[in-house]
Write a protein that binds this ligand. Structure first.
Ligand code: HMG
Ligand code: MG
Length: 302
């Protein structure tokens, strides 16, 4: 059967905004995060402590955290952030943040393009990050990108993805988020991938699924994930998102689309759909770009 409750891991402020062309004021980002929390979303991934030249859109990460701490108090420390290396971890720990995420690649080419490291070197870069984060009492999520297809290498073999995921868990990561970075995956592939992780001894409770909706398959893929027992889904309010280092990556699964389907299935999530829609409509006005989500269009018009 399907799970009775799922966790939505909101990535809009990070995955959504890292890919926007226009500069977004730090105060607008803080407002977005406050609204998403008010809608009941938790966790909300706030930003990335990456190199500011690599992702200028999130170069204000420290300023944003300061603003969030003023506005939200201790809640701000519970918002996860991306950290690729020890420099990023230092920046996050200096601010007292409690949840970090490393992000690896299942393929050689994307490791080089996104992290300036070879496939093997990425694990060497993450090792002290995970160890030191855990020692400091932080939880560590590990993303695996290109779990289905890669723009340069084509279809990615399932065993290759399981190997990459296992290496990240072996470093000490608490949770693994399997990313369809360019949105080419389909439901049968999801079923096979999750089954392969379970066969490799990974508890399904430690898996999350991260779908981009490039080919319109994200909801179908989510349903396959639900049938396989996965209970954590990454989504982005309004369906913003994409990776500046992966050609042909478009937005994430829209949080609203996910909520609509979960409501229909009677699966609990604890989020107020109307508030998320209102937030996406507001954000569209701020960034001058319409949401690609059909649910936002249907519900947000009135
Ligand atoms: P690099 O150029 O190899 O860095 O970049 P380096 O280690 O050689 O260091 C060079 C300089 O950068 C040094 O300064 C460092 O201190 C500084 P210098 O000594 O020359 O003055 N530096 C930093 N400064 C601030 N913060 C840092 C940092 N690190 C080094 N963290 C690096 C390597 C990993 C930093 C770079 O490649 C990078 O920042 N990449 C991030 C790319 C990115 O953010 N991509 C998007 C997120 S991934 C994604 O979206 C996929 C996901 O959604 C899942 C999915 O969809 O599949 C998660
Ligand atoms: Mg992503």
């Amino acid at each position: 059967g399907l799970p009775s409750r799922v966790t939505i891991y909101e990535v809009g402020p990070r995955d959504g905004l890292q890919n926007e062309k226009t500069a977004i004021p730090t105060a607008t980002k803080a407002e977005l995060i406050a609204r998403l929390l008010d809608a009941g979303l938790s966790p909300v991934e706030a930003t990335s402590f990456v190199h500011p030249r690599w992702v200028p859109q999130l170069a204000d990460a420290a300023d944003l955290e300061t603003l969030l701490a003023e506005r939200l108090g201790d809640v701000a420390r519970d918002l996860p952030v991306l950290v690729p290396n020890e420099r990023g971890l230092d920046r996050a720990l200096d601010l007292g943040l409690a949840h970090v995420a490393v992000f690896g690649s299942a393929t050689e080419t994307f490791a080089q393009r996104n992290l300036n490291r070879s496939y093997d070197e990425q694990f060497a870069m993450f090792e002290p990050v995970v160890t030191r984060a855990k020692d400091a009492g932080a939880t560590v999520r590990a993303y695996v990108s290109m779990c289905f297809g890669d723009p340069w290498e084509g279809r990615v073999p399932i065993e290759q993805v399981v190997t990459a995921g296992r290496r990240l868990l072996d470093l000490g990561a608490d949770q693994l988020s399997l990313g369809d970075t360019i949105g080419v995956g389909t439901a049968g592939h999801v079923t096979a991938l999750v089954a392969a992780f379970v066969e490799a001894g990974v508890d399904v409770d430690r898996l999350a699924l991260h779908f981009h909706d490039t080919y319109g398959q994200a909801l179908a893929n989510t349903l396959a994930g639900l049938h396989a027992g996965v209970t954590t889904y990454d989504a982005s309010a309004g369906g913003l998102g994409g990776c500046p280092y992966a050609q042909s990556a478009t937005g994430n699964l829209a949080t609203e689309d996910l909520l609509w389907m979960l409501d229909g299935l009677g699966i609990e999530h604890g989020v107020d759909l109307a508030k998320v829609v209102a937030t996406s409509v507001w954000l569209s006005g701020e960034i001058g770009k319409e949401s690609p989500s059909a649910v936002v269009r249907a519900l947000g018009a009135g």
